[in-house]
Every structure is written in C-alpha cells, then in structure tokens.
Design a protein around this ligand. Structure first.
Ligand code: BG6
Length: 485
C-alpha cells in the first residue's frame, strides 16, 4: 500500500547559514593588487532611501575614477571583512552555521579582467577565508559574480555588451575552479541575473543616455552573454571538479493578480513569466517561446553565435537558487506602486511593509517554492531572505524582535513547503552581519544577527555586537528548524 512520508521536517543535512557579497563587506578596495570594480564607482545618493545603484553615467564614472577616497563610495569600505574575516567567521560558527555564502571579487583576482596572470594576493585571500570556514566545518557557497566586475571591462567593452567579456569571465571562473577544486561544493554564477533588465549593476554597461528601446536591446544582449558565460562556467566546473554543483540565482518576484478579472490574471502571468524566463533558460536550457514573443514584440533582437544555443541547452544548472524578499500585485492597467530595491509592483492591502516599504509575505515564499519545484524538479536553495531595518543600540544590546518575527514566519513556510514535497537544500539568510546596502549604499539599513558599529558616513569602531536574533538563530540551527520560539 502507498504510504505518504508526510509530515516532513527539515532534512538532516539542511544547510542553514547566511549570505553576503564581496562589495558589501570586504572593503580593502585598493590594496593587495585589487582592481576597481563596478560596485565601487556607485556613489551613495544624498537622499536617504533613494536608490543609488544605477546612477552611473560616463561623466560620473570619470569622476569616480579620479576620486581616490571612499567618502562617497561606501562599497569601497564595506565593513572591513577583508581584515576581520576570522572574527566574523568565528561568530558565524558560534551560531552554528552549516554554510556561508560569499562572493569572490572578480577584480581582486583579475584586476583588469584580462590580466595575463591572476593576482596571487587575491587568490590567497580566498584561500584564507576557505581555510577559516574549513576550521569550523562551514560549507562555502560561492557566488562568482555578485553585482560587480572589473571596471576596466566597462571602459573597454561596456560591460557585458560585448562577447569579449564572456572570455574574460571564463578566464576568471576556470582559474578559481582549478585553484579551489575540492574545497567548494556549491557555486553560483550570477547573483540575481534577472536584475540585468534594470541595468548597470548587473550588466556593467552604461546605458543611461539611451532610449528605453535601445536600453532594452542592450540589456537583453548583455544577459544573453551572461547565459552563455554561465553555461561555459558549468562546463568548466564539470570538467575540473565534477563533484561540485553549480546553480543559477534569481531575484524571485512572485506576483499576484490584483483581481480575478482574467485581464489581471493574464497580466500577472506575463509578469511572472518575465521573472522566471532566466531560470527557464538556465535550468531548462532554452529560450522559452513566450519570451521570444515578448522580445520580438519589443523589437529586441538578440545576436547569437552558432554554438550559443547548444551550450545553453547542454550545460544547465544542478540546482536553482533564488532570493526572496517580497511579492507584488499586478493589474492589467497599472496600480499604485510598492517599494523594492529594484523591482516595484502593485501594493497588496493584505501585507505589512518593512521600514523601507518592502511588502512582507511569508506565505508567498511557500507559494513560490511550490511553483518553482513544480516547474523545474531540481533542488532549490533560498540564498537570500531577510529584513532591512533601523536597529537601535540600547545599552549595548539590540532587541530586534521584528527580525526574529520576520525570519520565523518565513522559516515556518519553508517547513510547510518541504511537507508539500519541495526539495530544499538550504537557507542562507541575507546579511548575517550588517553590511552596506546594495540599493541605497546605506549602513543604517541593517539585516544582521550581528551589529556593526559604523554609520552611513563610515564613522564608528567597526566593533561587532550580537543582537537578540543572534541567539535565536543559534537555537533554530541547533534544533534543525524545530525550535522557532
Ligand atoms: C539582493 C541583493 O537584491 O538584496 C543583495 O542580492 C542586497 O546584494 C539584498 O543587499 C538586499 O537589498 P538592499 O538593497 O536592501 O541591500
């Protein structure tokens, strides 16, 4: 007789941990041979909460290249993980982390992207980080490109818009796969690859002066090159380190129709397809027909070379990872917009919002996990989820019950999804230690279990302080997700 295995709990080897990105934590932007990266020319906007990541123009780039300080460029200073990684990893180990997601800064290893030899000091830094993780049995999950690339490639090729950047990227990926063979089991190619449709931070291409139509053309062309580069990286990894696994990474934007009106339902379906297009290519190995139609209707013509389709279909990913922060609402005729770091969509009256107006939707996580599992039947990995908040220091403590509530509610829904049958590899909460915000370059938008004493202008001791959520997450991990109290 058939017997269901319901209810399920978190698998024994579930990977609990946290996620970061080099340009938001490392600092040390101009030492030990590192080249300048695209993230380090993004100026923090004067206006609080205003997004700063895509304000780069030819003019501002010129100024950024001349400016040798970190005053207006907080991603140049990060939280000094470069010098404090031992202390930080020790704190992650104290929480019981099973996995730590970080990215390797391409420009630390290939300062101009096309250097004859890699920068040994850069490779050595990641050697040291990996050794430290090994000391505590923490599994590394490495992103190869998290919103940055050597600025020299922007200057020379306008980022990903030229095919030469594919070659440069695969020089970098081949190098790190060989160097760290056997030490990294999980790799990701591009962080939130879909955000390339929003511009510079992902494509490395300056296109602010172009018409909307030309922008769309250049952005999808860049993305195509990234698909090819990602598939080539997958091929390289299978040849160099066949035991390792490689995944794609999507900023998942689940959207709901604003009403049962079929027009709204259809509009929401199209929005959803435009979001899932990226994982469709990387996990299923082809451009879906709905997207070919969308591109044609928007006069976007992607230039492909003969082998592109082949390589994309042959080297699909082993697992599908995504970030999950919020959901949106879609209405056929447009609607009041809610905030997000890049994506905006309609406001949902049933949801609460974070201090930055991001709509909090734990059940949406279960919905999306089920939908993605049904669609791909490949293991899933939640590699970002968390809440940016204004934490207050209270006699040396931070009582962040709002963060605990947010995470608890999402973990509960993950458990439900596992019971629904979803194969989930792990969960890396975003920003386990406070870091520089990607979208606003603020320090005061804090995600961490660990507080970092630094303000928006870079002042502070950089001391690390454990928040209430630190102790809570430690309990969650120790009980493998059973004790969420
Ligand atoms: C994701 C990015 O979009 O969201 C991270 O991958 C980013 O780099 C995170 O930090 C949170 O966004 P923000 O803008 O609040 O830092």
């Amino acid at each position: 007789m058939y017997k269901s295995s319901y209810p399920k709990t978190f698998p024994e080897n579930f990977l609990w941990g946290g996620a970061t990105a080099a340009n938001q934590i490392e600092g040390a932007w101009n030492i030990d041979g590192k080249g300048l990266s695209t993230a380090e020319v993004v100026r923090k906007s004067e206006d609080r909460h205003q997004m700063s990541m895509d304000d780069v123009t030819r003019e501002s780039l010129k100024n950024a290249l001349l400016d040798q300080t970190d005053q207006y460029y907080p991603k140049r200073r990060g939280i000094d993980f470069y010098h404090r990684y031992k202390e930080d990893i020790k704190l992650f180990a104290e929480m019981g982390f099973k996995v730590f997601r970080f990215s390797m800064a391409w420009s630390r290893i290939f300062p101009t992207g096309e250097d004859e030899k890699p920068n040994e000091a850069g490779l050595n830094f990641y050697d040291c980080v990996l050794s430290e993780l090994e000391k505590y049995n923490i599994e590394p999950l490495v992103t190869l490109s998290h919103y940055e690339m050597p600025i020299a490639l922007t200057e020379k090729y306008n980022g990903w818009s030229k095919r030469q950047t594919i070659t440069a990227f695969n020089l970098f990926t081949g190098t790190v796969f060989k160097r760290f063979k056997g030490r990294v089991r999980y790799w990701l190619t591009f962080n939130e690859i879909n955000t390339g449709t929003w511009g510079f931070h992902e494509t490395g291409a300056i296109d602010g002066n172009l018409s909307k139509e030309d922008q769309l053309q250049i952005r999808y062309q860049c993305l195509h090159h990234q698909f090819v580069a990602s598939a080539i990286a997958t091929k390289q990894l299978r040849e160099i380190d066949p035991k390792a696994k490689i995944g794609c990474m999507l900023a998942r934007m689940q959207t709901y129709p604003s009403t049962p009106n079929p027009k709204d339902v259809r509009a929401a379906q199209l929005e959803d397809e435009k979001n899932l297009f990226f994982t469709d290519v990387q996990a299923r190995g082809e451009y879906p027909e709905y997207m070919n139609r969308y591109l044609a209707e928007n006069n976007v013509e992607i230039k492909m070379e003969n082998d592109d389709q082949n390589i994309i279909s042959k080297y699909t990913v082993d697992f599908v990872s995504f970030s999950y922060y919020m959901t949106t609402v879609t209405e056929a005729n447009g609607k009041e917009q809610a905030n997000g770091n890049m994506a905006t969509g309609g406001r949902n009256p049933y949801l609460k919002e974070s201090d930055w107006g991001w709509q909090i939707d734990p059940i949406g996580l279960r919905i999306t996990l089920n939908a993605m599992w049904d669609r791909y039947r490949k293991p899933l990995f939640i590699v970002e989820n968390g809440i940016g908040a204004l934490d207050k220091l209270d006699k040396g403590r931070i009582h962040d019950s709002y963060r605990i509530d947010y995470l608890r509610q999402h973990i509960e829904q993950m458990k439900e999804a596992i019971s629904d049958g979803v194969d989930l590899l792990g969960y890396t909460m975003w920003g386990p230690i406070d870091l520089i915000s990607f979208s606003t370059s603020e320090m005061s938008k804090r995600y961490g279990f660990i507080y970092v004493d630094q303000d928006d202008s870079g002042k502070g001791t950089l001391d690390r302080i454990k928040k209430d959520s630190f102790y809570w997450f430690k309990k969650v991990i120790a009980s493998n997700g059973e004790d969420l109290s």
